[in-house]
Design a protein around this ligand. Structure first.
Ligand code: NDP
Length: 253
């Protein structure tokens, strides 16, 4: 899809090593935006940056772990050194680790909360001044949080993941009261089943199989579908804030 309004934008995309983040980075860059690619797997983001450059786009690979404050600080510095302030922040990195609560997997709960909620907050903290500065200059400024349909639909054995995404959606809503009056848009995007690497991190064999069955049962969304929605959202006129969007495969109830 073509979104000419994105040509002047400078973006940060977390979780750009795969799935929705990689697809979003590709689409933003294809529309002329400069894109900083943040993730832990350096090889993946280096390869994506090279791919984008080979097609005439601009991308910067920045290895970052959003659960680590020093890593986020260093990443923000690397982005600012290369590009200056950014005006489009895509908080996309996330992990989905399913197990019954009774299993007591505090390691997985901690990882999900640290990534999906505290990690997203670290990114907001790192780039808030950029967004308000862009808005003060009369430019379009966006924070886009990739939440999930799991924020308001209950999935058995995914309670902690659902809770992190509910928190991210509510954070987005609440932040609008601070950012909206400063002309910084905040958007929460809630995808349903999307074919990415996300489910590959579940270590409970029965739940992996169950989720595999859900993916096999219906045509799912692809990462490009979510990227397109993010690009559409960020390319609206400056006074239009698409606050909360749920996007599902047509056959997902
Ligand atoms: P992927 O697993 O393909 O992508 C997740 C990305 O997050 C990876 O690039 C990973 O890169 C990055 N990441 C994970 N942990 C960290 C960390 N600590 N620091 C920095 N980056 C990290 O899955 P998706 O593309 O599906 O997931 C993207 C978002 O979409 C997630 O927030 C997910 O919850 C959400 N979502 C996905 C749905 C789906 O069905 N796929 C449905 C609804 C929402 P690396 O490992 O290199 O760090």
């Amino acid at each position: 899809m073509s979104y000419p309004a994105l040509a002047t934008r400078t973006a940060v995309v977390t979780g750009a090593a795969s799935g929705i983040g990689a697809a979003t980075a590709r689409l933003l860059a294809a529309n002329g935006a400069r894109v900083a690619l943040l993730a832990r797997r350096t090889g993946r983001i280096d390869a994506l940056a090279a791919e984008i450059a080979a097609t005439g786009g601009q991308a910067l690979a920045v290895t970052a772990d959003i659960t680590d404050q020093a890593s986020v600080d260093a990443a923000a510095k690397a982005v600012h050194d290369a590009y200056g302030p950014v005006d489009l922040v895509i908080n996309n990195a996330g992990v989905m680790l399913a197990n019954p609560l009774a299993d007591g997997r505090i390691d997985e709960w901690t990882r999900m909360i640290d990534t999906n909620l505290t990690g997203a907050l670290r990114i907001v903290r790192a780039f808030t001044a950029d967004l308000t500065e862009a808005a003060d200059d009369g430019r379009t400024a966006d924070l886009v949080n990739v939440s999930s349909i799991a924020s308001h639909v209950s999935f058995p054995d995914y309670a902690v993941y659902c809770a992190t995404k509910a928190a991210l959606t509510q954070l987005s809503t609440a932040l609008r009261t601070e950012f909206g009056p400063r002309d910084v848009r905040v958007s929460a995007i809630e995808p349903g089943l999307t074919d990415t690497e996300l489910r590959g991190h579940i270590d409970n064999p029965a739940l992996r199989e169950q989720l595999g069955g859900m993916f096999a049962a219906i045509p799912t969304l692809g990462a490009d579908d979510i990227a397109d929605l993010i690009a559409y959202t960020a390319s609206r006129p400056r006074h239009v804030n698409l606050r909360h969007q749920v996007v599902l495969p047509t056959r997902q109830a």
